[in-house]
Design a protein around this ligand. Structure first.
Ligand code: MG
Ligand code: MG
Length: 427
């Protein structure tokens, strides 16, 4: 659990980065229409949540920084019995005052008036530059006379790069639920089932374990569907003898997990499937073995490309000299994506990969990233031995960088051929 003190500390850290005599503002998310008069479930803006832990809409956080002090102000929506009957309880100013360690709390209805007052003696303004939120657009107009404008978003995103102990605990809890979901997918009888039915089993496990939602739309891709990287239709039958690529992770208490396993429909890998699977697996294990502070992600990327290319030459998928093939980017046909990404409140945490001087940021203790090599052989690729065509494999784990190495946070999820076969339902 993130304490109110931790949220306060984050707000102070952010405001410390501001120039003197400045004002900063960040808004909550707004409701998103699904169709006509129905809405998607409300999900708080990740940066706003990171700074407040507050899950309501129509809220704003304001920072006032002078030479002498830093003040934080929270705007919350007012209590309204009728609206609360329809959409749920609101905290209101009285309860918000008890909970949040901010200096002042006002009603959102008074935002415009108050904000204009706050603006008066300030020189710098920090706000969300490219936000689609209507409140943020309004601030943009109010601040049009300001000479010095800064984007607040990258400052917060940078802070999100290093996870606190409490955040790491929450990520672990999220992964624990996702582990159950993947194991359920392995164990159930898949005879005559469809991809969406397996998806339902996975998401059932998320929900019954109190994970509010998936962290992204689950990919449940059987056979050649796995070669569509963002396959989310999940509407095809599970075919005996084929593999299923499952990329699914829950969001629990606003923290994501992101796990991929590629499992056999009938519980047993064929020989060619095993050959490809073990190439991806061994690559993934080697890459995880390289992870420690000061290593760069680009090094992991290049190493994965080398290992996969070497393996593909051995299996007869690629022909020629390894170095030359990589130079000509021939491997990209079968491994077209990155080795991994930051993960946290967002599944693709938008923390920076480069510093202010555009230099790559090396790994540091407290970062969390996914490691997800894959190989994708299209069913119509005549240049590849027939036995491998139509197979798509990805293996993805969530890795925490530690003081002198790393910890695979999802290591409890079955991953080797033997482990997966032992758990799987066979027919
Ligand atoms: Mg991922
Ligand atoms: Mg994934």
């Amino acid at each position: 659990m993130i304490t109110e003190r931790e949220y306060k500390k984050r707000r102070e850290l952010l405001a410390k980065k501001f120039s003197n005599n400045s004002i900063g503002v960040i808004f909550s998310s707004q409701h998103v229409t699904r169709s006509h008069d129905t809405h998607h479930p409300f999900r708080q803006d990740s940066n706003f949540y990171y700074l407040s832990g507050f899950k309501e809409d129509n809220a704003a956080l304001v920072f006032l920084k002078s030479k002498e002090e830093i003040k934080t102000v929270l705007f919350v929506q007012k209590k309204d019995k009728t609206l609360e009957l329809w959409t749920g309880e609101r905290l209101g100013t009285k309860e918000a005052k008890k909970r949040f360690l901010v200096d002042e709390i006002y009603l959102s209805d008074d935002f415009d008036k108050k904000f204009k007052e706050f603006l008066k003696d300030k020189k710098n303004i920090y706000y969300e530059f490219e936000s689609k939120k209507s409140a943020a657009k309004k601030v943009l107009k109010m601040a049009k006379n300001f000479k010095i404008k800064h984007d607040i978003v990258p400052l917060v995103q940078k802070m999100r790069l290093i996870k606190s102990a409490a955040e790491i605990e929450l990520i672990k809890e999220s992964i624990e639920i996702t582990a159950k979901a993947h194991h359920r997918a392995m164990k159930i009888d898949k005879k005559g089932k469809y991809e969406y039915q397996l998806q339902a089993e996975i998401e059932h496990e998320f929900k019954v374990n109190a994970a509010y939602s998936d962290a992204y739309t689950s990919i449940v891709a059987c056979a050649n569907n796995a070669n569509t990287l963002h396959y989310i239709k999940n509407d095809k039958p599970l075919v005996k003898g084929e593999l299923i690529l499952i990329d699914a992770g829950c969001e629990h208490n606003y923290y994501a997990s992101d796990i991929t396993r590629t499992i056999p429909v009938n519980g047993k890998y064929s020989e060619p499937q095993k050959e490809l699977y073990n190439l991806v697996l061994n690559t993934q294990l080697s890459i995880i073995g390289m992870i420690k502070p000061f290593v760069k992600r680009s090094h992991l990327q290049k190493s994965a490309e080398k290992l996969l290319t070497k393996g593909m030459i051995e299996l007869g998928i690629l022909k020629g000299d390894c170095k030359k093939l990589i130079k000509e980017q021939k491997h990209k046909k079968y491994y077209p994506h990155g080795i991994g990404h930051w993960m946290g409140i967002d599944v693709h945490d938008p923390a920076p990969y480069k510093d202010a001087k555009q230099r790559e940021i090396a790994l540091q203790k407290g970062m969390v990233l996914t490691i997800e090599p894959g190989l994708y052989i299209d069913k119509n690729d005549k240049s590849v031995p027939k036995k491998y065509r139509g197979i798509g494999i990805r293996i993805e784990d969530d890795i925490l960088i530690t003081k002198d190495g790393c910890e695979n946070l999802s290591r409890s999820i079955a991953k080797t051929v033997e482990e997966i076969e032992a758990l799987s339902f066979k027919f």
